[in-house]
Design a protein around this ligand. Structure first.
Ligand SMILES: CC(C)(COP(=O)(O)OP(=O)(O)OC[C@H]1O[C@@H](n2cnc3c(N)ncnc32)[C@H](O)[C@@H]1OP(=O)(O)O)[C@@H](O)C(=O)NCCC(=O)NCCS
Length: 175
């Protein structure tokens, strides 16, 4: 049975780390998303569409509510708590198996936002919230062998290594 997902009642935040996770919004977010899709690291390690226009980005943003209502996925923007309008990254959960309550986390940061723990904090926040508030029992993450920066995010967020997937990628499970 696919249960609808929902946004956090109030934006998820870690004040000590100055991080807030908030819903995707209008125009400036779409431009930030296009820039991220065009970043070589984001394009290499995450699923990005062939069409990387502002219109395509706005379409993806506008589709978030539908994906959430359908119980498919939830996607949140990562921002500094002191500057929440400027999106610096993304953290999302895609439902893998709704009967078992399995979800897979994904994330990226815009290049200038890397190196200060934003992705680790974002993954920790969304995982703790999902396990508590969503019909989610286990969060997985999957990182490619050649992408150690991403494996480090999973590890720092307390995920444990669960093994290698058939394609050789590393699978991590939530604490
Ligand atoms: C994966 C990705 C998000 C990692 O970004 P990141 O900035 O290295 O990750 P974090 O936000 O967790 O920051 C960790 C870095 O900040 C440092 N840091 C500083 N303060 C920190 C804090 N309070 N908490 C954690 N780390 C902190 C860490 O030491 C680390 O730096 P280092 O790599 O030089 O050791 C980024 O490389 C990216 O967007 N890549 C492309 C997309 C991608 O690969 N997505 C994942 C697909 S599975």
């Amino acid at each position: 049975v696919t249960a609808p997902l929902f946004l956090p009642a109030t934006p998820l935040r870690d004040d000590a780390a100055n991080v807030v996770l908030r819903p995707w919004g209008r125009r400036p977010d779409a431009e930030a998303l296009v820039a991220a899709w065009n970043d070589p690291d984001v394009a290499r390690w995450t699923r990005v569409p062939a069409e990387r226009s502002v219109i395509a980005a706005q379409r993806w943003i506008d589709g978030e509510g539908r994906r959430r209502a359908d119980g498919v996925a939830i996607d949140l923007g990562v921002a500094d708590a002191t500057d929440p309008d400027r999106v610096l990254g993304e953290v999302g959960l895609a439902v893998l198996d709704s009967d078992r309550g399995w979800a897979e986390a994904g994330w990226w940061l815009t290049p200038t936002a890397r190196g200060r723990g934003l992705a680790t904090t974002a993954l920790s926040l969304v995982t703790a919230w999902a396990l508590n508030d969503l019909p989610v029992a286990l969060v997985f993450a999957r990182t490619q062998l050649a992408n150690p920066a991403s494996a480090a995010v999973a590890e720092r967020a307390g995920f444990t290594f669960a093994g290698h997937a058939d394609d050789g990628s590393r699978v991590w499970r939530s604490p």
